[in-house]
Design a protein around this ligand. Structure first.
Ligand SMILES: Cc1cc2nc3c(=O)[nH]c(=O)nc-3n(C[C@H](O)[C@H](O)[C@H](O)COP(=O)(O)OP(=O)(O)OC[C@H]3O[C@@H](n4cnc5c(N)ncnc54)[C@H](O)[C@@H]3O)c2cc1C
Length: 433
């Protein structure tokens, strides 16, 4: 059993090595009162904290690690619009009004990020350079055409790419076509998380690192939030924004998602001539494989390649070999390039591939489940949950509040997630034979 009172350092990654310095966030001390306590200082919790503090609420944010310690400081930094479901699918699921509202919110999520970056002067290498989804198999071109048609019908700046254009824009010979979404872009995720924390502090929020919450009790209309090192806050409202790092704090929450590891490697700095052959327009990309690959360059000219690996936490270099070798398959010109950084983080997958908002008790809101697409959506949902808390009628949530539904046989999730990974691997293999 790990000692929950010890500081939880950020594991090494490209982002840790190149991020802007962290703001001072000493652990919570003593006992105090706040209007809102937020557990989790990732994009979800920090965006909510910033909005609430700007609206005049007193806010305390508590993280077991530090701002950006979870997926928010470890991801690919791809700021992507939309959810896993396509716009027409969302309308079919939720009806025209609620479905189109959700589509608008998810479509505008990159705006939420780039607006915050600009408004607070967050120094995080943010660039609105576009996102490419190149198609891995010929059959995926119909999918790309459908996506482009559905977003264009709603006025989004997207277009279809033929094989020649996709291969040229990506800098790879392996793709069959694709599409580009100009709402999207990239940033340095840990610098963004730290910038959000600094902005929230500037608006008056108290952000506390190394403050794992171990107790949450409701007593006479107030929440009492207790940390592992014995400090406490009482509050009228609590937001739980712990996503793929949810522990046992609230019953059944951890069992409502599959916390799967996603892996990344970053090469050494590429020589300029080689750098110009890889995503020469500066876009970010994730392809249509079932076990998708996502990749981009950083501001210093390294290629970052991400994808699924073993389900468990990585135990050594062997767990990253498949990603290192895939670099030469997607970009033959980079074959043999050394990888300098290796890291992983947890995404929260839900059964319906949608984020979830739960209100299991008065004054308690839990929100999570971005299914690997949370840079933009966690920022957006955090802001919307906060706005809804302050003024529920004027700020409807984009998703209905639902009950927490544990995934059946959750304790066996590693086994069936591993089986699904194998099935996807086989399906990707067969798709291009
Ligand atoms: C490797 C990787 C690559 C990704 N790439 C992309 C991408 O390119 N584009 C994209 O859109 N999305 C991507 N994602 C997904 C995206 O990073 C997440 O959806 C998003 O960061 C979720 O933010 P969050 O604030 O909800 O959760 P997190 O950032 O995971 O934050 C949760 C926080 O809760 C804290 N916590 C948990 N329990 C407690 C407790 N009891 N007490 C106190 N604190 C607690 C943790 O310490 C953690 O800091 C990626 C994810 C990973 C892991």
């Amino acid at each position: 059993m790990p000692n929950e009172t010890l500081p939880l350092p950020l594991p090494p990654s490209l982002w840790v090595a190149t991020a802007r310095p962290a703001p001072a966030t000493p652990p919570l001390d003593g006992s105090r009162h706040a209007d809102v306590v937020i557990v989790g200082a990732g994009f979800s919790g920090l965006a909510a904290a910033l909005h609430l503090a700007e609206s005049g609420a007193s806010v305390v944010v508590l993280d077991a690690g530090e701002p950006g310690w979870g997926a928010s400081g470890r991801n690919g930094g791809q700021v992507i619009a939309g959810l896993k479901w396509d716009p027409d699918e969302l309308v079919a699921m939720f009806g025209i009004e609620a479905g189109e509202h959700l589509v608008r919110v998810a479509g505008a999520a990159p705006d939420a990020v780039f607006d915050l970056v600009e408004r607070h002067g967050i120094d995080c290498e943010a660039r609105r350079c576009g996102w490419i989804q190149p198609t891995f198999a010929e059959a995926d071109n119909a999918l790309a055409a459908r996506r482009v048609e559905q977003w264009q019908r709603r006025g989004a700046p997207v277009s279809l790419l033929d094989r020649e254009a996709a291969c040229r824009l990506v800098g790879s010979p392996i793709y069959r076509g694709g599409w580009i979404d100009r709402r999207a872009g990239s940033l340095q995720p840990l610098s963004y998380a730290r910038g959000l924390a600094r902005a929230a502090q500037g608006a008056g929020a108290l952000v506390c690192a190394n403050s794992r919450v171990v107790g949450l009790a409701h007593d006479r209309g107030r929440w009492k939030v207790r940390t592992a090192h014995g400090a406490a806050v009482s509050a009228d409202n609590v937001l739980l924004a712990t996503n793929g790092y949810s522990d046992g704090l609230w019953p059944r929450l951890r069992q409502s998602v599959i916390a799967a590891n996603s892996f990344q490697v970053a090469t050494e700095r590429l020589p300029d001539a080689l750098r110009r052959t890889v995503l020469p327009g500066g876009q970010v990309a994730s392809d249509t494989r079932k076990l998708l690959l996502y990749y981009r360059a950083d501001h210093d000219g390294r290629l970052i390649m991400g994808g699924r690996g073993p389900f468990r936490e990585p135990t050594g270099p062997a767990d990253y070999r498949h990603l290192e070798s895939v670099i030469g398959l997607v970009f033959p010109q980079l074959k043999g390039t050394r990888c300098e950084f290796h890291w992983s983080g947890r995404v929260a997958l839900t059964r319906d591939h949608l984020p979830h908002v739960h209100r299991p008790a008065p004054g308690l809101t839990l929100f999570l489940g971005y299914n690997g697409r949370g840079v933009a959506m966690a920022t957006m949902l955090g802001t919307m949950v906060a706005a809804n808390l302050a003024a529920p009628d004027g700020h409807p949530l984009p998703l209905a509040v639902t009950g927490i539904r544990p995934i059946p046989l959750h304790s066996l999730h590693r086994i069936y997630a591993t089986a699904i990974l194998q099935m996807y691997r086989l399906s990707d293999h067969l798709a291009v034979r």
